[in-house]
Design a protein around this ligand. Structure first.
Ligand code: NAP
Length: 495
């Protein structure tokens, strides 16, 4: 279950949001009375409540807005208990002063906005001993390992426990807490009104993670990178899992470079079965893999890991997806992959995507030139693949039948930029942009206008995700649903 927190300044707004949430399917709502700016009229908030509530009056020192008298706060909490609300949230020091009464359940809570304390287990024991129906722990994640400590505690607890790590290192724990046994998780009414750092919106919990589908035996998948906040992979993969009714959940993990090794050691404790890998880990992950496919060795980068028993197996679906997309484009203009042998190609950029596509083009016999803003990077790539290199300033002078943008130039919000120029596109040639947000970048629009056949980043993105999905599940991916979800997300929906 998802408990949605409402923190508004006016009673009317709280009541309206509560109703709206129930219309959207919410089954439990936390009323954060500390946000009310006028004297609290509890009756107005709960007498006609459309679903069960948790009443919380969070003090400033615990991350709330209540700065008044502690005795008055406790009077308010007691009156909520007397009024028979379903849950009341009590901090450790307030719990003893507010005894159990009637049917109201007691959530005994603990917050630490700076760290996840070393003595988490002892803290949990103390809270559990305070006549708790539910223990709630919300602590700041300073390393990805804090999530593992928190979730293991939730799993082993004798009393129902909601354990959440705050901050962007903790996002996964908000989604996975139910997988480890928490009776509910917390979400916010709207993504722009977080009541705690890293909180996800109710809509996102529902639409992206389908939280209520998660069970104790759900298999966990995820994407690792840094940053990771804007990744669309959770949306795409969860859409596919849902479409095929698979008991699997996919979450984002922000993993700073220095934590990669530790995270991979923790992978099995998190229930992880597979990972998508993005910047900055695509190369660094290789030394932690026990088996890799040929392309990973050739490219020097992996974007997919499957955990099988003790094995960590690496793949590069970027490479296969890019080559499949390109071959689709060749077919559309009446050519075959064989024709690549007589084609001149230009790759803009020398990062991870460029390496995968360059490897594919060279293997297929194309005459390849690479160029990058930092000449040394392009030179290194050219040396590795034995292809040509040209300085960035001279990229428009290279004669190319196929030009591939492997830089982020043109990506949202810089949609009026392009790394190439209209006149430089060869009419009748192929223009391939790896940028997928937006799909119709300036590069793609100009290429089309110039009479090129285009391959968009969406095409590649969906194909690489579909290949990952197949490796994760053994099933053919529901590509149409994945594509639709991606298009919706890149056009309008912001959670
Ligand atoms: P990366 O490893 O960080 O490499 C980025 C490359 O772009 C570098 O060569 C960098 O040049 C160059 N670059 C960055 N900013 C630039 C600018 N303002 N002007 C010119 N060049 C610039 O990133 P990546 O993983 O290769 O990703 C590159 C793009 O591919 C991204 O837009 C990403 O979203 C996209 N991508 C798409 C898919 C897909 O499935 N559609 C898959 C993977 C990646 P330097 O030489 O100076 O470092």
């Amino acid at each position: 279950m998802i408990c949605v927190s409402i923190g508004r300044g006016r009673h009317k707004q709280v009541v309206a949001e509560h109703r709206h949430l129930v219309e959207q399917g919410a089954q439990l709502v936390e009323l954060r009375l500390d946000y009310l700016r006028s004297r609290v009229d509890l009756n107005a908030l709960i007498s006609q409540r459309p679903c069960p509530v948790v009443v919380t009056v969070r003090r400033h020192q615990d991350g709330g807005l209540y700065r008044g008298d502690e005795d008055q706060r406790r009077v308010l909490l007691r009156s909520a208990v007397v009024a028979g609300v379903e849950y009341v949230d009590l901090e450790e020091d307030a719990a003893a002063a507010i005894p159990r009464y009637g049917r109201t359940k007691r959530i005994i809570s603990y917050h630490d906005f700076r760290k996840t304390p070393d003595d988490l287990v002892e803290i949990h024991q103390r809270l559990a001993a305070l006549d708790a129906d539910v223990v709630k722990l919300a602590t700041m994640a300073n390393t990805p390992h804090d999530n593992v400590r928190m979730l293991q505690l939730v799993k082993q607890a004798q009393i129902p426990t909601v354990g959440i790590c705050m901050g962007d290192l903790g996002t996964a724990s908000r989604v996975l807490t139910g997988r480890f046994g928490a009776p509910f998780t917390y979400a916010t009414f709207h993504h722009e009104r977080q009541l705690a750092p890293g909180q996800l919106s109710y809509q996102e919990m529902k639409d992206v993670y389908d939280y209520d589908r998660i069970r104790g035996d759900s298999e966990v998948y995820g994407v690792i990178g840094d940053p990771i906040g804007h990744s669309l992979s959770p949306l795409i993969h969860n859409t596919a899992f849902r479409a095929q009714n698979l008991n699997k959940i996919y979450v984002p993990f922000r993993i700073p470079k220095e934590n990669l090794e530790e995270f991979l050691r923790d992978a099995r404790d998190l229930g992880l079965r597979g990972l998508s890998v993005t910047i900055p880990h695509k190369e660094a992950i290789i030394k932690h893999l026990t088996r890799v496919d040929t392309a990973v060795n050739g490219i020097g980068a992996a974007n997919t890991v499957v955990f099988e028993g003790e094995q960590n197996i690496g793949y590069n679906t970027d490479y296969r997806a890019a080559m499949d997309s390109l071959e689709g484009a060749l077919k559309a203009i009446g050519k075959t992959p064989e024709d690549l042998k007589s084609a001149a190609a230009l790759i803009l950029g020398a990062g991870g995507a460029a390496r995968a596509i360059a490897y594919g083009l060279v293997r297929r016999g194309a005459t390849l030139t690479v160029t990058s803003r930092t000449f040394e990077n392009a030179e290194r790539l050219a040396q590795r693949l034995q292809c040509r290199v040209t300085p960035w300033e001279r990229r428009l002078t290279v004669e190319a039948d196929i030009v591939v943008n492997c830089t982020p130039v043109g990506m949202h919000p810089e949609v009026n930029e392009s790394p190439y120029e209209f006149q430089a596109f060869k009419p009748g040639g192929i223009a391939f942009d790896t940028v997928y947000n937006p799909e119709n970048t300036l590069f793609i629009k100009q290429a089309r206008e110039r009479g090129c056949h285009v391959v968009t980043g969406v095409e590649m993105f969906i194909r690489q995700a579909a290949l990952q999905y197949q490796l994760f599940t053994g099933h053919e991916a529901p590509v149409a649903q994945m594509r639709q979800a991606l298009k919706r997300a890149t056009s309008a929906v912001k959670y």
